[in-house]
Design a protein around this ligand. Sequence first.
Ligand code: NI
Length: 394
Amino acid sequence: MSINFHEEAVALLPRMVEVRRDLHRHPELAFQEVRTAGIVASTLTELGLEVQTGIGKTGVIGLLEGDHEGPTLLVRADMDALPILEANETDYISGEAGKMHACGHDGHTSIGLAVARMLNERRSDIHGRVKFVFQPAEEIGQGAKAMIDDGALEGPRPDFSIGLHLWNDMPVGKVAVTAGACMSAADIWQCTITGSGGHGAQPDKTIDPIVAASQIVTAVQSIVSRNVDPLDTAVVTIGAIHGGDAFNVIPPTAEIKGTIRTYRKETKQMVHQRIREICEGIAQAMGCEAKVEIISMTIAVDNDAAISDRIAGIAAGLVGEENVIRDERTMGSEDVSLFMDDIPGCYFFVGSANAERGLNYPHHHPQFDVDEAAFPIAAALLAEAAASFVIPEN
Ligand code: NI
């Protein structure tokens, strides 16, 4: 690599920490990132980027035009916090009771701004443009879609797309870049079973939806164990089941709600079909009726093999080959996948845990915090990865 972004990123660490801690003190939930978006927009405007606000309600786009013709690269950072009461004792603890940056998106925003700053210094070397996308509402899986609905992938349409997540499952100094599917598609499924209610002592005069629901709960377990290819992977979870209020009443309806996680489109279709067949079939056999609704939240994050390979190589230059993990996969989901749908790219993980300092709580935990020593690695890697698309080797 001809450009050393690491030194610059290290020099930018105090600024990154300051921005991140400020955002951490003022967390904002999905689609409420007004203050955060304001900071992002004013920073990008100061840098001289072409800035659009209000994209997908509270999203911000900053376009960095290079001096030469070339491709368009999308760089994505998410901005939202979670409805969690922070239980840390730092001097940058959340000042908003019940709201907390418990996933590291404060860090992503700060790192994204640092990368914009570094690449902005290189306008004269850039062939093409970098579209910085600061996304709201990742935690509810709606922000990417809202931004795309507002034209985030048009004028200009990106040719490539990259992004990162700070990752407390790995210590600082490790980076995970995985080719192919590495985060799953997420769907919500719900089934309403309608029978006929009545007295709990006279079940014969009713059609009991609770008994039908119970059998559905058991039967859908066979989808993963009997229908999914053993070498493929899927999750079918029931997270909620409701029916009835009293001990002696058979209710007229029961409701089941859950999530489906898959990597492959074919598997997703098959799981949907089996859920419908099982719910409708069992309900019918029990004299009930089932209404199944499946809502797609996100598609799988499916990293381009060649791009992932290149970024893994850049990561190895930064942290050493032995610290680059090539097969980190999770059934968790990320709506960054919508920015990568038909747009080749790579979404990677930068280790942010430090067990000695107690900075290794899992994401979404009330004591979650990251080791900010991860920031220069993350910023340098993201900048160098971006440069590999828009700054030809010299
Ligand atoms: Ni997150």
